[in-house]
Write a protein that binds this ligand. Structure first.
Ligand SMILES: Nc1nc(=O)c2c([nH]1)NC[C@@H]1CN(c3ccc(C(=O)N[C@@H](CCC(=O)O)C(=O)O)cc3)CN21
Ligand SMILES: CC(C)C(=O)C(=O)O
Ligand SMILES: [Mg+2]
Length: 266
C-alpha cells in the first residue's frame, strides 16, 4: 500500500486542503516528485506527446503504459499511482477489465479513463473487482478527432448541465475520483461541490479539490513552443528541479496556483 490512499484524498477534500498531482513517467522523477510531497503520480498518455514526440496521445500502447507504470512504481516513495488506459484499450468491457488488471499488476493503484456517463458500466465492473477508477471528463484528448482540437468544453449551457449530470452518474456508478480538463472555472467549481469524491483539475481553475499538470510543462520544457494558458513554469527562479517540484506543491496547497489567469471563463 502507498502512504497516500483514497482515504487520504477523501479526507483532504473534506478538510478543504488541495490535492497535488503531476504526471510522471520514470523512476527518478517518481522519487523526486513523491519526496517533494506530490500526492498523486499519473502515468498519463501525454507520454505519447512529451516522451515520444507524437502530435496526439492516440499512438500510445498498453505496452508503453505498462513500461512507464512499472518504472514509476520502482522510484515512488509513498504517492498514489494512477495510470491512463490508452486510446482503445477500453474499446470493449472485456478489454477494459483485462487492460486495467495489467496496469494494476504493473504498479498502478487506480486507472483513469476518458469519457462521460457512458463509462458507468465499466466503472461499476472495475470497482466490483477492486480497481478504483478516475473518470476524465471535459476535454478528453483521445477524442481530439471528434472534438476538432484541444478546446475548452462545457461553455454552452446544455453541455454544462450535461457535464454536471454525468459527474453525478459516474460517482453513483462507483468512480473514486473525477478529473476535469479545460472546463470553465465556475462549472468545475460546481461539479467539485456537487460530488463527494475528489475532483482534480487541469485548465479548470482554482475551485477544484486538486490540481494536475504535465511534468515537462511545469518544468518549462516544451516541444512545440506553444504552451496552454493553464501551464505555469515552476522552474523560473528555482535553483533545482527538486525546488520547482516543492514550489508547485506549496502553491497548489496555498491556492496561489492556479490563479484566475490560468483558468477559462464560461
Ligand atoms: N505537454 C502536454 N501538456 C498537456 O497539458 C497535455 C498534453 N501534453 N497532451 C494531452 C493533452 C492536450 N492538452 C491541451 C493542449 C492544448 C490546449 C490549448 O491550447 N488550449 C487553448 C484553449 C483553446 C480554447 O480556448 O478553447 C489554450 O489557450 O490554452 C489545451 C489542452 C492537454 N494535455
Ligand atoms: C493531462 C493529464 C490529465 C492526462 O490525462 C495526461 O497527462 O495524459
Ligand atoms: Mg491522459
Amino acid at each position: 500500500m502507498p502512504d497516500v490512499t483514497l482515504t487520504t484524498l477523501r479526507a483532504l477534500k473534506q478538510k478543504g486542503e488541495k490535492i497535488t498531482m503531476l504526471t510522471c513517467y520514470d523512476a527518478t522523477f517518481a522519487d523526486a516528485c513523491s519526496k517533494a510531497g506530490v500526492e498523486v503520480l499519473l502515468i498519463g498518455d501525454s507520454l505519447g506527446m512529451v516522451l515520444q514526440g507524437h502530435d496526439s496521445t492516440l499512438p500510445v500502447s498498453m505496452a508503453d503504459t505498462l513500461y512507464h507504470t512499472a518504472s514509476v512504481k520502482r522510484g515512488n516513495a509513498g504517492a498514489l499511482i494512477i495510470a491512463d488506459l490508452p486510446f482503445m484499450a477500453n474499446a470493449t468491457l472485456e478489454q477494459t477489465l483485462h487492460n486495467s488488471g495489467l496496469l494494476m499488476q504493473a504498479g498502478a493503484h487506480m486507472v483513469k479513463v476518458e469519457g462521460a456517463a457512458w463509462l458507468a458500466e465499466s466503472i461499476t465492473k472495475l470497482a466490483e473487482r477492486g480497481v478504483p477508477v478516475c473518470a476524465h471528463m471535459g476535454l478528453t484528448p483521445q477524442a481530439v478527432n471528434i472534438l476538432g482540437g484541444y478546446k475548452v468544453q462545457g461553455r454552452e449551457h446544455n453541455q454544462a448541465r450535461q457535464m454536471v449530470a454525468d459527474a453525478i452518474a459516474l460517482e453513483q456508478a462507483g468512480a473514486a475520483m473525477l478529473l476535469l480538463e479545460c472546463v470553465p472555472s465556475d462549472l468545475a467549481g460546481e461539479i467539485s461541490r456537487t460530488v463527494k469524491v475528489p475532483v482534480i483539475g487541469i485548465g479548470a481553475g482554482p475551485q477544484t479539490d486538486g490540481q494536475v499538470l504535465v511534468l515537462h510543462d511545469m518544468l518549462g520544457l516544451s516541444l512545440s513552443g506553444r504552451v496552454p494558458k493553464f501551464v505555469k513554469n515552476f522552474m523560473s527562479g528555482q535553483p533545482s528541479i527538486q525546488d520547482a517540484l516543492a514550489a508547485y506543491v506549496k502553491e497548489v496547497k496555498a491556492v496561489s496556483f492556479p490563479a484566475a489567469e490560468h483558468g477559462f471563463s464560461a
